[in-house]
Design a protein around this ligand. Structure first.
Ligand SMILES: [Zn+2]
Length: 303
């Protein structure tokens, strides 16, 4: 959950009360779950979340694209799309015995975009995951603003993100689609198209249940923002001097002189990783990037 500055004078009375209520109360559920050990989701917890989400997907959409709005309707959850400054992407509120989801078009732009679908799935996670719903119902947090841009380190948000990935890309179907397929950017793009999910959400799902160990690194202005690794990826430690992208990598070349590659490039493991138990210049990996010039940002995939 990332707090954004609210410009109070610009808000109407109703909006002021809405945001004030959030400012005061929305952190209850977080402090409750932060007491759990660590900040990453355990494998056991991932399994519970994935199974819960897949059960719901198969119940409502056994053979077709998952429509989170319809799941909300079928469970008596109301929702609306509106413009709520840039404070949150989505928000679920428990009030008068019912649940309501607010979707913020200021951030999401379009109702049917992959990002909107992901945010909706995230809010459903706060409803379908027992611990989240119980806290909401008990009034420990009457509402819960969410920013679904994968930047959160908050375990509650991570769990809801994981739920959303698992709901929109149910495990069995996703694994079947990956079977006998070589890892490639084209595969990620085709999965993203099939499930109507963003490339980033699809990559996150692939990292967790794909059939090839991979690493995804997000960087901006040559600084590493975050990385995800498959559990079975051999090298655990990124080489990051002062959190900077190593300049000898494909990603580094983009930051150094805007050089771009359209195909996977062979790199040596030691270009990106520390503590390699192989002779130098012997263990090769593939590196390929999604480039976002407008933001001077790169998503790097290594496998
Ligand atoms: Zn959330």
């Amino acid at each position: 959950m990332r707090k954004r500055k609210i410009i109070w004078p610009r808000l109407h009375g109703k909006e002021k009360r809405f945001h004030l209520m959030l400012e005061i109360k929305c952190f209850g559920i977080v402090s409750m779950l932060l007491n759990q050990k660590g900040k990453v989701i355990s494998l056991f917890r991932k399994r519970v979340i994935s199974n819960t989400a897949e059960y719901i997907s198969n119940l409502y959409f056994p053979n077709s694209l998952i429509l989170p709005e319809q799941i909300a309707v079928d469970n008596g959850i109301t929702f609306n799309y509106g413009y709520y400054d840039d404070y949150f992407d989505g928000l679920i509120e428990h009030k008068a015995g019912g649940f309501h989801i607010y979707m913020n078009l200021t951030k999401l732009k379009r109702q049917d975009s992959p990002r909107s679908r992901f945010t909706f799935g995230h809010e459903l996670g706060h409803y379908f995951l027992d611990e989240h719903r119980i806290a909401l119902k008990a009034g420990r947090t009457p509402s819960h603003p969410s920013v679904t841009d994968f930047s959160s380190k908050n375990p509650v948000e991570l769990e809801a993100d994981y739920f959303s990935c698992s709901l929109l890309m149910p495990e069995t179907r996703f694994r079947t689609d990956c079977n006998h397929q070589r890892m490639s950017i084209e595969l990620i793009q085709s999965l993203s198209k099939k499930y109507h999910t963003s490339l980033v959400a699809t990559l996150l799902r692939y990292v967790n249940i794909g059939n090839h160990p991979i690493v995804v690194i997000c960087s901006k202005d040559c600084e590493i923002l975050w990385d995800w690794k498959s559990d079975d990826f051999e090298f655990k430690y990124l080489k990051k001097t002062h959190n900077r992208v190593p300049l000898t990598t494909v990603t580094g070349e983009y930051y150094k002189n805007k050089k771009r590659y359209n195909h996977p490039e062979k790199i040596f493991a030691e270009d990106w990783f520390e503590y390699i138990n192989y002779e130098r210049n012997t263990y090769t990996l593939n590196e390929q990037c999604f480039y976002y010039d407008n933001f001077n940002m790169v998503f790097t995939i290594i496998w």
